[in-house]
Ligand binder design. Structure first.
Ligand code: HAM
Length: 421
């Protein structure tokens, strides 16, 4: 039997994990920079949470969730996104009562969506997400956008455009919903069954339809921005004004509605034309969700956030961005006696804090030098019969190729000195 990883999942091999670690380190540094703390929520939640929060007419909920019954018959879902879990935990842990009114958190981890896999799209993928809960101010919307832009800048992702739009508050969305229904009503018989269903339950979702997206009624559909209430318009205008003052480039994309139901007011996406991703690829997106916390049982609490697909960030990053710095020393024993000696030595070196490895294969000098190169070892420590007898080690600087015989008892001092410790 040949086992294969399930479709849409990938193995991160040791040759690639250095790049992942680098990405994670950059993201954590940016989070520190913005005073955003990490929060970890479960990878699975009760299915009902996502139906509620993400919305039971969205594609994510109707088509893409990995749901199953546990042994007690409860419906459980592998999280398709992170915001719902954060909102649930925020309420459950009464974080709304914490002294600091604005809670700023981030998360990094696997998400699951049953989608057709392609480059940058998987069934198990990873998100870096940020949520800022508790304050309704447009300044916080901009704080999120700035942080998202800092990420693409730090990773040197090319040709990124910030797209923004506003869905407005409840009153705006109600007016828009009526306008959308009036617009689509005469076309209903030409639209798919799902769209007919969406028409009754949630007409906004007609705009995400993958079947009818080229139907002429889509392009001529009313725009959310034309139905904003006075308050919603003032909020959006302030966001735009702040971005202008900060010299942040953006486009107002009136077609941007996002595929999850919890959004209100500002929504945004970072779209890259970097050839490594393919033109028009969305690396991240987010927006405000002022109704979500209440929807999942908490007190009315505004929120705003965003998430990046980490696989997409990885694709766009240069391969030489890696945390795989190489080791300090590779120990090369020649012969059985030397191996015993090497094992003693490596233990002492590691205890001193050096990153080391040694040959466990029993190869000749040539083969061992190849490993030393592959591991990017700074020093090769060669131990043959004579070295064992005379209690010395041949220390080869792999960069300068200079080699010196060093007394074993002086080795640590010698390496410390060479490495400038
Ligand atoms: P989303 O737009 O559904 O938003 O996902 C955010 C990002 O996750 C996407 O822009 C994309 O880069 C990545 N992504 C989504 N699906 C996949 C997939 N199948 N394979 C690889 N990458 C994928 C959310 O999830 C919201 N929770 C974001 C948010 C946070 N809004 C407010 N706070």
């Amino acid at each position: 039997m040949n086992y294969k990883a399930p479709r849409g999942t990938v193995d991160v091999l040791p040759t690639e994990s250095g790049k992942w670690l680098k990405l994670e380190r950059i993201l954590r540094t940016i989070a520190d920079n913005y005073n955003v703390k990490e929060m970890r929520t479960p990878i699975f939640e009760h299915t009902e949470l996502f139906n509620r929060a993400v919305g039971d007419t969205t594609d994510v909920v109707t088509k893409e969730m990995y749901s199953f019954n546990d042994k007690k018959g409860r419906s459980i879902t592998l999280r398709p996104e992170g915001t719902a879990g954060i909102a649930r935990a925020y309420v459950e842990n009464k974080m709304y009562a914490w002294p600091e009114k604005l809670t700023k958190v981030y998360y990094m981890g696997p998400m699951f969506r049953y989608e057709r896999p392609q480059s940058g799209r998987q069934r198990q993928f990873h998100q870096f997400g940020v949520e800022m809960l508790g304050v309704e101010s447009p300044y916080v919307d901009v704080e999120c956008m700035l942080m998202a832009l800092t990420v693409v800048k730090a990773l040197d992702i090319k040709d990124v455009t910030l797209h923004i739009n506003s869905l407005g508050d409840d009153a705006s969305r109600e007016a828009y919903r009526t306008a959308l229904k009036d617009h689509f009503r005469p076309h209903l018989h030409e639209l798919c069954e799902d769209c007919n269903d969406r028409f009754e339950k949630n007409p906004l979702r007609i705009l995400d339809c993958k079947v009818d997206h080229e139907h002429p009624s889509m392009a001529s559909a009313p725009k959310t921005i034309d139905y904003l209430s006075e308050g919603a318009k003032a909020h959006f205008d302030k966001v735009c004004q702040l971005l202008d003052e900060l010299d942040v480039d953006y486009v107002i994309d009136t077609n941007l509605v996002r595929g999850l139901d919890y959004y209100s007011h500002t929504v945004f996406e970072l779209i890259s034309d970097d050839p490594k991703l393919g033109a028009g690829s969305t690396v991240g997106g987010g927006g405000r969700y002022n109704g979500l916390v209440e929807e999942v049982g908490g007190p009315a609490t505004p929120g705003v956030g965003f998430a990046f697909g980490m696989e997409r960030l990885m694709l766009a990053m240069d391969d030489d961005m890696t945390d795989d710095a190489g080791i300090d020393a590779y120990i090369m024993p020649l012969g059985d006696e030397a191996k015993d000696y090497a094992m003693q030595l490596i233990t002492v070196l590691r205890a001193h804090g050096f990153c080391c490895d040694m040959d466990f294969v029993g190869r000749g000098l040539k083969g061992q030098f190849k490993s030393s190169d592959r591991f990017h070892a700074q020093y090769a420590l060669i131990i043959g019969e004579d070295e064992v007898k005379n209690e010395i080690v041949q220390v080869r600087d792999n960069e300068t190729k200079e080699q010196e015989a060093v007394k074993v008892e002086e080795l640590i001092t010698y390496l410390d000195h060479k490495m400038g410790v």
